[in-house]
Design a protein around this ligand. Structure first.
Ligand code: NAD
Ligand code: ZN
Length: 255
């Protein structure tokens, strides 16, 4: 933990009482692992905006271009390693200190699972997988798909990245599970998300309505910052381990 990150005493007390935690993570949670966010610079690809590439229309128009972009992103994800924030969340779940510890992520990079987290609700899918556009059930690791020949063996569809694109609906089962977990939670952390992309951006609102403590971890102010009781102007790798220590106590071994 960064030595100068002293949490407010009321937050430390609330962390000590926490039994059911939900952690919402967004693209900023992976930034320190070297996976760029879309918004805020450095997120562009050959002059295209993600909104022009991550759509069903873009894929229908030019699947090769979309697959090349996903291939580039996949390579960045494969080269990335989970950081202290990802590892702290995995440690918290494995400790069994909480009755429920649920990760709800907008990220598509699988870094939480690679750090060891098991209960991860992926709202936006995962770029390491592909699936057929026709819904035939064929699913392949994305790295095995040739961007130039992404036709599905079923003959009636194309293999596409298994992610939720702009303009598509989230899996209602996953979104429902996430909402339910927040309904039952007594503390929610919101880490590295601009709270702009709906419907994921609506989830912290459920917690705020219930009046439970919500902690935001983000180096920048967001539309949520003024509404939450605790807004830590910190990065994920700094802020998350500090919050986890607030529940588990300081680390005493090298795990
Ligand atoms: P976003 O709208 O959630 O914005 C990123 C947020 O992260 C910003 O508020 C920024 O201030 C914050 N941030 C930046 N560095 C941070 C750090 N070190 N620690 C904590 N917070 C930090 O995300 P977006 O980039 O606009 O992406 C939109 C959607 O695209 C995402 O919800 C996701 O589905 C997808 N996406 C996923 C990944 C990934 O899987 N790693 C990366 C980019 C985009
Ligand atoms: Zn198919």
């Amino acid at each position: 933990m960064t030595p100068d990150l002293a949490l407010p005493s009321s937050l430390l007390e609330a962390l000590g009482r926490t039994r059911r935690l939900v952690v919402l993570t967004g693209a900023g949670t992976s930034a320190e692992s070297g996976v760029p966010v879309f918004r805020g610079g450095g997120g562009l690809w050959e002059g295209f905006r993600p909104e022009d590439l991550a759509t069903p229309e873009a894929f229908a128009r030019d699947p090769v271009r979309v697959w090349r972009w996903y291939r580039w992103r996949l390579e960045r994800v494969q080269a990335a390693e989970p950081h202290a924030g990802h590892r702290a969340l995995a440690r918290l779940e494995a400790s069994n200190r909480l009755r429920a510890c649920t990760l709800v992520t907008q990220n598509v990079d699988g870094l939480h699972q690679r750090a060891g987290s098991r209960l991860v609700l992926e709202l936006h899918g995962n770029i390491t997988r592909s699936r057929c556009t026709s819904g035939c059930g064929v699913a392949r690791p994305a790295e095995t798909v040739d961007p130039e020949r992404a036709e599905c063996p079923c003959g009636s569809g194309m293999l596409r990245p298994d992610v939720v694109w702009f303009g598509e609906s989230l899996d209602p089962g996953v979104l429902g599970q996430a909402s339910l977990r927040i309904e039952e939670a007594d503390m929610v952390w919101v880490v590295g998300t601009s709270a702009l992309v709906h419907p994921a951006a609506g989830l912290p609102g459920i917690a705020l309505q219930r009046g439970i403590p919500v902690v935001e971890v983000n180096p920048e102010r967001t539309p949520l910052s003024g509404a939450v009781p605790y807004s830590l102007r910190r990065t994920a790798a700094e802020g998350v381990p500090a919050l986890v220590e607030g529940i588990l106590g300081p680390r005493t071994n090298s795990f």
